[in-house]
Design a protein around this ligand. Structure first.
Ligand SMILES: Nc1ncnc2c1ncn2[C@@H]1O[C@H](COP(=O)(O)OP(=O)(O)OP(=O)(O)O)[C@@H](O)[C@H]1O
Ligand SMILES: [Mg+2]
Length: 390
């Protein structure tokens, strides 16, 4: 995995003499006290994190926690008071004017909460805007703009004006405009917060679909923990200008670092975050098809199970054998292969627990989790699905 963005000890203080305030901050003086004593506002306080190429990194936190200040540092709309921002290994804080201009035009694009569209320009001309600035020929820029409008599902709306579009559609224009420059990095500051819940969910899904194809590196801001956990490969939770915890949604759910994080994740619908791979476990026993009936019975007796999965020598799943069938087979001199049944449910490792709940509660046999080659990765029993939810 390549690290695309690496932020090291980044601080941003607003006010006349921010550098003078740094020392107080480093000595642990609180944000309130700094404001009272010096009139400076701490936006971001000593934040470090990494974003891998092609991943979605979500920054989440309550209003005023420093999210926008932080994301605006990533394209230097905010000049950091201290710290490094390495993008592809280069510290952009050190960039001169020319390099910064190139960086902003080619490598990074931003999508804003309130869309930020030019109301007097058509949809097409909004998307063209950045390409125009870059001096791309009219023919080429209109071709690119149309292509990107199609990508976000707005073919046919090119000649309309932004105020003729719904909020969701306006944000699609914002997204098309950001994509038009083909940036490696997309910065999205609460892009869906102004949308009503249904449209919001639709846009979230579309972003995930788009991302599966385009594989941008995305920094996405939200104050909605459900949105954060749905979209984020990794999530950083901010409070009072610092990052309280960074991790995958599963990590944060499983080991919230403190009471504050616990309170946040309390409202999370765990079944929409946890996947089969998070709740499966290694079966205590499997039998190989060449082991035979006797060994199968033995294994089941020893582990106290009434059924066992049968695999081939590459650990590919062949089926399931029950203890009743096995005992009968022993009497009737049948082979293990004769009594293998397929009356159970298989799933992939990425299936959400939400979809597994009804299956796990109905089926008497464990759910088999298999990879693309049908290799058995783990099993899920009813109790592990249910206990993952509390
Ligand atoms: N340009 C600025 N000048 C002075 N203070 C600022 C500026 N921008 C942000 N701040 C302050 O920095 C702190 C963090 O604000 P920021 O906008 O980053 O929060 P946020 O997490 O994005 O909040 P929201 O969810 O409301 O958008 C706040 O105390 C805010 O008042
Ligand atoms: Mg903000």
């Amino acid at each position: 995995m390549t690290v695309k963005i690496k932020v090291e000890n980044l601080s941003k203080i607003f006010g006349k003499n921010p550098k003078n305030v740094l020392e107080k901050l480093e000595h642990g003086v609180s944000k309130e006290k700094i404001l009272q004593e010096t009139g400076h506002t701490v936006g971001v306080n000593n934040v470090s994190f990494e974003v891998e190429e092609g991943k979605i990194f979500v920054i989440m936190g309550l209003s005023g926690s420093g999210k926008s200040t932080l994301i605006r540092c990533l394209n230097l709309l905010n000049k950091p008071t201290q710290g490094k921002i390495l993008i592809d290994g280069e510290d952009i804080v050190e960039y001169d004017k020319q390099k910064l201009k190139e960086f902003r035009q080619k490598k990074v694009a931003m999508v804003f909460q309130h869309f930020g569209l030019l109301t007097h320009r058509t949809v097409l001309d909004n998307v063209v805007y950045g390409l125009e600035i870059r001096g791309i020929s009219p023919e080429e820029r209109y071709r690119i703009a149309r292509e990107n409008l199609a990508i976000v599902g707005l073919r046919g709306w090119e000649d309309h004006y932004p105020n003729e579009l719904s909020g969701g559609m306006q944000q699609r224009v914002g997204l098309a405009r950001a994509l038009a420059n083909n940036p490696d990095i997309l910065l999205m500051d609460e892009p869906f917060s102004a949308l009503d819940p249904l449209i919001k969910r639709e846009m979230q899904q579309e972003l995930l679909d788009l991302q599966a194809r385009l594989k941008k590196t995305i920094v996405f801001i939200t104050h909605d923990i459900n949105e954060a956990f749905k979209l984020g490969d990794r999530v950083a939770i901010m409070k009072d200008s610092v990052i309280e915890q960074v991790g995958t949604p599963e990590e944060i759910l499983a080991t919230p670092k403190n009471e504050y994080i616990k309170k946040f994740v309390k409202d999370i619908d765990r079944s929409k975050v946890l996947q089969a791979k998070n709740v499966m476990f290694k079966p205590s026993t499997v039998v190989s098809v060449k082991d035979g009936v006797k060994i199968a019975i033995n294994e089941m007796e020893q582990s106290g199970l009434s059924s066992v999965f049968v695999v081939d020598k590459e650990r590919r799943l062949l089926g399931l054998v029950t203890i009743d069938d096995a005992i009968k087979a022993l009497k009737e001199n049948k082979r293990l292969a004769d009594i293998i049944q397929e009356n159970y449910f298989t799933t992939g490792p990425e299936t959400y627990v939400q979809e597994l709940i009804p299956i796990a509660t109905k089926n008497k046999y464990p759910i088999a989790v298999v990879d693309e080659d049908k290799r058995l990765l783990g099993i899920i029993v009813r109790v592990s699905v249910l206990s993952s939810l509390v």
